[in-house]
Design a protein around this ligand. Structure first.
Ligand code: SF4
Length: 626
């Protein structure tokens, strides 16, 4: 366990938070940083500053934003920056370590934002020894041109590519792979980001380049890219090489132990057991295995957070997707395109991703359908038809729209009575309006739940700091509510996933979800998560490392072996949170922003009929010294 008292005495260095003494001063190979200025379309290569030598992923994006961006700036003007950083281990042989962080001041929350995703870009940048790409400035507002950025070995080109703009993302990624046959990583923004709507996510291509579904979805960062007139960033690792650990033996020992632990854990493990039966829950059913679990717990927010159970949860669950894939495989044989156990980036051994097929043809409909999306576009809207939910997922992926924000925005239309809860075809039609710039309804669906709800006269708007809540109701599960309230990111389950302790359990022990003393639990999870988000590891490794000491130690050995020096998880994570809290304070956030919407305190949630009754004092205790 990591406690707040583990923090070393903090000191400020060059406007940033100093990372622990035992890792400062340690010499590691100096990676590069690429700085691109969209005001003059120029770029320069920089040596990674010494103060950033152990920072990667979220630690890097948040440090750069804290040190270089005025927190009061307009998020969609030239003073904001869009920062990209592969996790520390991206490109290495460490399992499930190819996550990419993107950061900027969020147009949705007005605060600091980091979002991360799989795809190909992190490993490509790792091979190029690039710790970060910082995109600053913006072309003059009158400009009508769109750009893409090509990053290769010691090469960067900012190109005018107007033909990449204004089209769906399925078409765009096909076009780019034709223009760049070397299988590059791609990230960028779709139509929604190009129109500067706050629901815009940053897409990435999947490994097969069949779907733009790898989303750093939250916080409207796609609109930050759009404001800089960038549609796509293409990373080509040709001529690059696999990053090497400083202490190779320790890294390799840790890698093997960690992979072994992941393979054998019931959640993160291999596809089948010795009898050929399904074994690893994530590999078989994806994250959407949580649909039935949360429903059973009475904490699955259905129909705009009115009840904690959904009668059709099973029909859109991970188990239902698994059955559909098996059925279409049987029917269409080699032509079936549905998959479970699909990896979102090279080297992910958990492989929780999937490809959902059309039942009638076996062809791919969308990849992936995750729990959050199945909830936001299904359960949350009272829609229990798998095809309709997957279709909405596909439209969001094509538009470049965050599915959680989109689902909550559509729920606002349902709350206002413009369409009915449960009406899948009407929800699909509403979402399709997002393609049409002249449609006011389309613009609202793409602008997030807060804008949609306020415009439509809704008083129950499930947002914190302007960002819509995800798929766990905070009334029966108080720790996740404390995380929603206090995270620097706006409502975000991934920022401190207490569900692992409160629902799944750690080492066979479940922390009572109903207890109201959750400040320390949330703080610990938030600090640990900030560390994981910096390593390149996927958050889902947590299920294994929290449960299995050999997995935990193996994971630590990979990180410390890579750096050649020990770092402390708690100190490292808290240093990141400190930078983020300071940014948000500068942007004008106060304790009153660390609160859930009023209706969670006043409307009891069936079936447990409880409200969120954690005190303000307990919430404020999470970061009382920050
Ligand atoms: S566990 Fe799932 S989300 Fe995480 S890296 Fe692997 S495929 Fe991607």
């Amino acid at each position: 366990m990591i406690h707040i008292d583990m923090l070393c005495e903090a000191q400020r260095v060059l406007g940033g938070f100093a990372f622990p003494e035992n890792i400062r001063g340690y010499k590691i190979e100096m990676s590069k940083v690429l700085r691109i200025n969209m005001s003059d379309l120029g770029h320069k290569w920089e040596t990674l500053p010494k103060k950033y030598e152990t920072l990667a992923g979220r630690a890097f994006t948040s440090a750069v934003l804290h040190n270089e961006v005025d927190p009061t700036c307009h998020p969609l003007r030239e003073k904001n920056k869009f920062v990209i950083s592969p996790g520390l281990l991206a490109g290495t042989m460490a399992p499930s370590s190819g996550r990419l962080s993107v950061g900027g001041k969020s147009p949705l929350t007005g605060g600091i934002k980091e979002a991360n995703a799989g795809g190909l870009t992190a490993t490509r940048l790792g091979y190029l020894d690039l710790r970060g790409v910082i995109i600053e400035g913006a072309p003059p507002v009158e400009t009508k041109d769109w750009y893409s950025i090509y990053i290769g070995k010691d090469k960067c080109e900012v190109k005018k590519t107007n033909d990449y703009a204004g089209i769906g993302l399925y078409e765009l990624i096909g076009k780019i792979w034709k223009d760049y046959p070397g299988k590059p990583g791609i990230i960028g923004c779709g139509i929604v980001g190009q129109r500067l709507h706050k629901g815009a996510g940053v897409f990435g291509n999947n490994v097969e380049n069949t779907d733009p579904g790898r989303y750093a979805g939250r916080g409207g960062l796609g609109a930050v890219l759009g404001s800089k007139r960038i549609v796509a960033i293409i990373s080509d690792a040709s001529g690059g090489s696999r990053p090497e650990a400083k202490d190779k033996d320790r890294f390799e020992k840790g890698r093997k132990a960690f992979k072994d632990a992941l393979d054998n854990h019931a959640l993160t493990g291999r596809l089948n057991n010795e009898k050929g039966e399904p074994y690893g829950a994530l590999k078989n059913y994806g994250t959407n295995v949580l649909q039935n679990i949360l429903n059973e717990a009475g904490a699955l927010p259905a129909r705009g957070f009115r009840t904690g159970r959904f009668e059709d949860a099973a029909k859109i669950s991970g188990e239902a997707v698994h059955d559909l894939i098996d059925k279409t495989r049987k029917k269409f044989g080699d032509k079936a395109e549905g998959k479970y156990g699909h990896a979102c980036h090279p080297g992910c051994v958990i492989a929780c991703s999937n490809v959902v097929p059309y039942e009638k043809t076996g062809k791919a409909q969308v990849s992936p359908l995750e729990y959050e999306t199945a909830w936001a576009l299904g359960t949350n809207l009272g829609i229990g038809v798998l095809h309709d939910v997957a279709e909405m997922n596909r439209i969001c992926n094509d538009l470049g729209l965050d599915t959680i924000e989109a689902g909550n925005a559509i729920a606002m239309f349902m709350e206002s009575g413009l369409i009915d809860f449960g009406d899948g075809p009407a929800a699909i039609e509403l979402l399709k309006k997002g393609y049409h710039p002249e449609s006011a309804k389309g613009a609202l669906v793409c602008s997030g739940a807060l804008t949609a709800g306020e415009t439509l006269g809704v008083s129950r708007i499930p947002v914190v700091k302007g960002q819509a809540l995800p798929a766990y109701d905070p009334r029966p599960i108080r720790g996740i509510g404390v995380t929603y309230a206090t995270t620097t990111m706006g409502a975000d389950h991934t920022a401190g996933y207490t569900i692992a302790a409160e629902i799944v359990g750690i080492k066979g022990k479940v922390t009572d979800p109903r207890s109201i003393d959750k400040a320390e639990l949330s703080r610990t999870f938030q600090a640990t998560t900030a560390y994981i988000d910096s390593t390149g590891y996927c958050l889902f490794i947590a299920f294994c490392v929290l449960d299995d000491d050999s997995g935990f130690n193996g994971m630590l050995d990979t990180v410390n072996g890579f750096l050649g020096k020990d770092i402390d998880i708690g100190e490292y994570g808290m240093a990141i949170l400190k930078n983020e809290r300071a940014f948000n304070k500068g942007a004008g956030f106060t304790a009153k922003d660390d609160r859930l919407p009023e209706f969670f305190y006043t409307e009891p949630l069936p079936p447990h009929n409880v409200v969120f009754d954690v005190s303000d004092e307990e919430i404020d205790a999470v970061f009382k010294d920050m």
